[in-house]
Design a protein around this ligand. Structure first.
Ligand SMILES: [Zn+2]
Length: 144
């Protein structure tokens, strides 16, 4: 029994620091600033898209739909949205995006791609081959 303890501890630490067998994608928190009184600028939006390997258009469409606002990328590739939002507003939505459109349910790997097959979208895992159907952004009628 006593011999098992160090292994458990090691696994706990490995998970905390993203080591071990599970590779974790570490996302930098949204850096947000207000522009005037009616706009919010998400400064490191492109960093996020690069980290999760998703098209900025797709991520943006989801974000804007969930925030219920409009917005666009500016000349410096920053996401400018209408309205006042806090970093935690973006974070909560991004978490949902990642759960729905990035993370593999089979092995929890973020190394996935979205492919279109016969007008339906699928998320396929590069690691384990797991495949699942994903809902198109903008067609989500009810929220869970
Ligand atoms: Zn997988």
């Amino acid at each position: 029994m006593a011999d098992e303890l160090p292994i458990d501890m090691y696994e706990g630490v490995a998970e905390l620091f993203g080591g071990g067998d599970r590779r974790r994608t570490v996302l930098s928190p949204p850096q947000v600033l207000r522009e005037g009184t009616k706009k919010t600028v998400y400064l490191n939006f492109m960093d996020l898209c690069n980290t999760i390997h998703r098209q900025p258009d797709h991520v943006m469409a989801f974000l804007l739909a969930e925030l219920g606002t409009s917005g666009s990328l500016d000349g410096q590739q920053r996401l400018v949205v209408k309205g006042r939002f806090a970093p935690k507003n973006f974070e909560g939505i991004l978490r949902r995006y990642i759960n729905e459109y990035v993370i593999c349910l089979g092995c929890k790997s973020p190394d996935t791609i979205i492919s279109k097959e016969k007008s339906q979208f699928f998320l396929r895992c590069e690691k384990c081959g797991y495949r699942r159907f994903v809902v198109r952004v903008g067609r989500r009628k009810c929220r869970i």
